[in-house]
Design a protein around this ligand. Structure first.
Ligand SMILES: [Zn+2]
Length: 484
């Protein structure tokens, strides 16, 4: 891509406590940046450069990697302030939960593809989407995945049945084309209506294309409730057979009858990790958010509507209050609000904390940037882990929290030269105030930017300074290194 948006850089960040992303304890150092790279790390006071940034009292760490996003379309837009950049996120993994913007041309994407908006499905091939991404020069780096639901909607003529052998081979060959074009791997979401009918054999058939390619496989489990054990087993089996590096998406258990079951699911994953590559991502909230499903909504204690196509005026209102106004049952009210999106309060705090603390867990926001009243995780995930869970609740050290957002995902996704502060690495950097960092986005005010993130550098360019967005095109589409 064109480097025209990159201006030459030569500066030293002086006096910060460096948390390098490996999980090791912080140390005092000066970090010198030349153009887009970290050129030198010196003892405090010894770093020399044209410009000096005084970072006394602040922590310097690698730019955060949001391992679970639905930012496929957001990256093509210029948004200020940017929900990810404000949090210190320098890199996003797109195309999760089986949902990718390409390859699909349609004006009527079925839910949940419509979470990306109805008018954005214009790319016939994954390569075309990647070219559009390069042309738009996003403000942060991108690690693109291709979605199984998107492939299914494109190639399977009847979504209510499992794919035929011919359809599986069409999906697999399109997946190979996407990997060749620059996709890091595949995501699946057999929980969702357009993919629910996909059998394990269909998944095995499509995922066979990942074999021998050092690819990623991110799986949203078929069931995160009563049948989570079987769903987890299916994901682990498909991951093992495809020899891909498996990520269990937004790991959680829902429904009061299942609270506490993460004790067992985490053990199962640990056991599997002895024989295969598997890790998890997680967002730091007790409520989930996705498409509005009337059945699920009517069985959940508390539900907030994030958007509704027929009734946009009810965004941000609880399903209970809407049902009361209409004089309908919860099920009927939810049906009347569809298509739409919702926030479901169905997790236990202990499960969220247990998953967050697990050494195999990375941080992924799962934010939905096109929802009218999004879940606060879109604007608050990273500062919430650093402020609420690390500093205030002392659930994990700042070093560990940062490792889960930087060094760990960089290693898992094979992002060479990123995720760790080291000489010769890319200068994706965050300066933050450990005493002040906190999320301000809430269910009532979901788009309130966080505090405590002082500066964000993307590829050496100052992209955000005290909440003000500066460089809007400093990101790059990252290229898979493909070492199986
Ligand atoms: Zn998902």
């Amino acid at each position: 891509m064109s480097e025209s948006h990159f201006s030459p850089q030569h500066f030293v960040i002086r006096g910060a406590d460096v948390i390098d992303g490996t999980g090791s304890a912080r140390f005092s150092a000066d970090v010198v940046v030349a153009d887009d790279l970290i050129s030198k790390i010196t003892p405090p006071g010894q770093g020399k450069a044209r410009d000096v940034v005084d970072a006394t009292g602040l922590v310097l760490c690698p730019g955060f990697i949001d391992t679970h996003t639905h930012d496929d379309r957001l990256l093509l837009q210029t948004r200020q302030p940017h929900p990810k950049l404000t949090q210190g996120v320098c890199t996003v993994v797109t195309g999760n939960c089986g949902i990718s913007l390409a390859p699909l041309v349609t004006t009527t994407p079925p839910a949940p593809l419509d979470l990306l908006g109805a008018d954005a499905f214009v790319y016939k091939t994954f390569r075309e989407y990647l070219a559009a991404l390069d042309d738009s020069q996003p403000c942060i780096n991108v690690v693109p995945l291709i979605g199984h639901i998107t492939l299914r909607v494109r190639h399977v003529t009847d979504l209510h049945r499992t794919a035929t052998a011919a359809e599986i081979s069409a999906m697999a060959s399109e997946l190979i084309q996407a990997l060749d074009a620059g996709a890091f791997g595949l995501s699946t979401g057999v929980y969702y209506p357009p993919a629910k009918a996909a059998s394990t054999d269909e998944l095995l058939g499509v995922c066979a294309a990942l074999k021998g390619r050092g690819a990623m496989l991110a799986m949203h489990l078929r069931d995160e409730g009563d049948n989570i054990d079987a769903a987890l087993k299916e994901a682990l089996d498909v991951g093992a057979a495809s020899e891909a590096s498996l990520v269990i998406s937004h790991h959680k258990v829902v429904g009061p009858q299942n609270h506490g079951r993460t004790r067992h699911t985490l053990q199962t994953i640990e056991q599997a990790a002895l024989a295969q590559s598997v890790c998890l991502d997680c967002y730091p909230y007790e409520a989930s958010s996705t498409m509005l499903n009337a059945e699920k909504a009517s069985h959940t204690q508390e539900v907030l509507i994030t958007w509704s196509q027929p009734h946009p005026e009810y965004s941000g209102k609880s399903l209970k209050s809407i049902a009361q106004v209409w004089g309908l049952s919860l099920l009927e009210a939810a049906q009347r609000l569809m298509p739409g999106g919702a926030i479901y309060f169905a997790m236990a705090a202990q499960d969220v904390e247990r998953v967050l603390q697990h050494p195999l867990t990375m941080i992924g926001s799962d934010g939905l940037p096109h929802d009218r009243r999004p879940h606060p995780r879109l604007w608050g995930t990273f500062p919430r882990v650093l402020g609420h869970y690390s500093r205030d609740r002392k659930l994990l050290s700042l070093e560990t929290a940062i490792h889960k957002m930087t060094g760990l995902p960089a290693k898992r996704f094979g992002l060479a030269g990123r995720g760790i502060i080291a000489t010769g690495h890319h200068a994706d950097l965050v300066l933050l105030d450990p005493a002040q960092v906190r999320d301000n986005a809430s269910y009532e005010a979901p788009e309130r930017p966080c505090t405590g993130i002082h500066a964000v550098y993307v590829n050496g360019q100052l992209a955000m300074w005290r909440g003000e967005q500066l460089a809007s095109h400093a990101g790059r589409r990252l290229i898979p290194s493909r070492t199986p």
